[in-house]
Design a protein around this ligand. Structure first.
Ligand code: FPP
Ligand code: MG
Length: 414
């Protein structure tokens, strides 16, 4: 969550007729675009897409190499190539369709808003990781509690009587997955269980719900290459759609009929909110003139875990549990997700400083502009105690952002 988005709120409060103007650029350089009047109906964000796609492609390439090298070494051979995207490509192909099925509502506006972010092209990193972890769990040692595979019917069939679940709901039962079991998984030759595929969908639903809420809180104007839901439909509908996604994710979760997995994913929702609350402050006590201590970094890492790593770590753990893995594998799956989530956010925070001013379209990183003290700044602050006052006032004074970004860059180059 971004706390201080003066630029975004400036734009958000502008009239509907000026909306097209907003989409000359991404949310990271919106100030520079608001004076322009050239309409650009199809919004593309060169900054976000270039930055995110290249780091994503690099991450996939590195993952492939690490895995290939390790496998080749273990097998005593060279040149075994593994593509993580291809390993779960068949399952990923059905992901968006199944999610849209889960989100179906007989209420037309709700249906549109709820599915809005699912229509955009996304990398779907979280479900991808859940599916890969699921495949890995098929090869892992089994726990004594494992009692074979679930059928697809289990995860779609209701627990309460249908008549109670649909009761006086005016929405058509045929489009409401609460009262009709419709999702199906065309058989693939993979060893991923239907419950694990459903888990991947639930993970993406929780993530998307959090984005719907986050964009309202941040007054975001764009998401996944299109106008944000709050801009397109208004704050009220965006928040309610997020709630609806959480509800449908909860129903799907209950139908997995696994209390431990339900407990894990329900905890994630609380973790996301807790992380957002922690981010409202840069330090635990939110003092005016904080002093750097080891606790500063601990606080940042805790916030980062809750906001950015809890979903993938607990989902990976849940994937291993559903796969019937033994306790050691379940713990490893959790640690893998936790470290991956933390690393992802650290790199994201670093990129906010290392992307050139020219490419970013403004003199310093967006996080600083929004008052956020992330890892590059925290490490620079350790050696430059005078930065404490700037952190305390969330870089609100003239020249603060330029000062911090200069000091952080010097630290980076040293
Ligand atoms: C993106 O952060 C936001 C998150 C990772 C989590 C947001 C969580 C909430 C709003 C709490 C409510 C949660 C639920 C499940 C309803 P960002 O603003 O740093 O990234 P961005 O640039 O993608 O917006
Ligand atoms: Mg945001």
């Amino acid at each position: 969550m971004r706390i201080r988005s003066s630029r975004a709120s400036l734009l958000f409060n502008s009239s509907a007729t000026s909306r097209l103007q907003l989409f000359h650029s991404c949310s990271r350089c919106q100030l520079t675009s608001q004076t322009s009047s050239r309409p650009l109906p199809t919004f593309t964000s060169p900054h976000i897409s270039r930055r995110r796609q290249s780091s994503w492609a690099q991450a996939v390439a590195v993952a492939s190499n690490v895995f290939s090298n390790a496998t080749a070494r273990a097998a005593g051979q060279g040149d075994i190539s593994v593509d993580p995207l291809r390993m779960v490509a068949k399952e990923m192909k059905f992901l968006t369709g199944n999610i849209q099925q889960i989100l179906g509502s007989g209420h037309p506006s709700l249906d549109t808003v709820a599915k809005y972010y699912t229509q955009a092209e996304g990398k779907h990193v979280r479900p991808l990781i859940v599916l890969l972890m699921s495949r890995a769990s098929a090869l892992a040692p089994k726990s004594p509690r494992y009692n074979g595979q679930q059928s697809t019917a289990d995860i779609d069939s209701s627990i309460s009587p249908m008549s109670i679940l649909s009761d006086v709901n005016p929405n058509s039962p045929t489009t409401n997955p609460i009262s009709a079991s419709q999702t199906s998984y065309p058989t693939t030759d993979s060893d991923i269980l239907p419950s694990q595929r459903r888990l991947a969908e639930i993970t993406e639903l929780i993530h998307t719900a959090s984005l719907l809420h986050d964009d309202v809180i941040d007054h975001a104007v764009s998401r996944r290459g299109s106008p944000s839901a709050n801009l397109e439909f208004g704050n009220k509908m965006a928040v309610l759609a997020g709630d609806f996604l959480l509800s449908r994710a909860s129903v799907a979760l209950a139908r997995l009929r696994d209390a431990e997995v339900t407990e894990l994913l329900a905890t994630v929702i609380a973790n996301l909110v807790e992380g957002e609350f922690m981010q409202l402050k840069n330090t635990a006590r939110d003092e005016k003139n904080p002093v750097w201590t080891e606790d500063t970094v601990t606080y940042y890492l805790q916030k980062t875990y809750l906001k950015s790593a809890s979903l993938i770590s607990k989902s990976c753990r849940a994937a291993a549990l559903l796969g019937g893995s033994d306790a050691a594998t379940v713990d490893s799956a959790y640690s893998y997700g936790k470290n991956l989530g933390l690393a992802f956010q650290l790199v994201d925070d670093m990129l906010d400083y290392t992307i050139s001013e020219k490419e970013l379209g403004k003199p310093a990183g967006a996080d600083l502009e929004l008052g956020l003290a992330t890892a590059p700044l925290l490490f620079a602050w350790k050696d430059n105690q005078e930065l404490g006052a700037l952190v305390g006032r969330k870089f609100a004074e003239e020249g603060d952002v330029a000062r911090v970004s200069q000091v952080s860059k010097l630290k980076d180059e040293s």
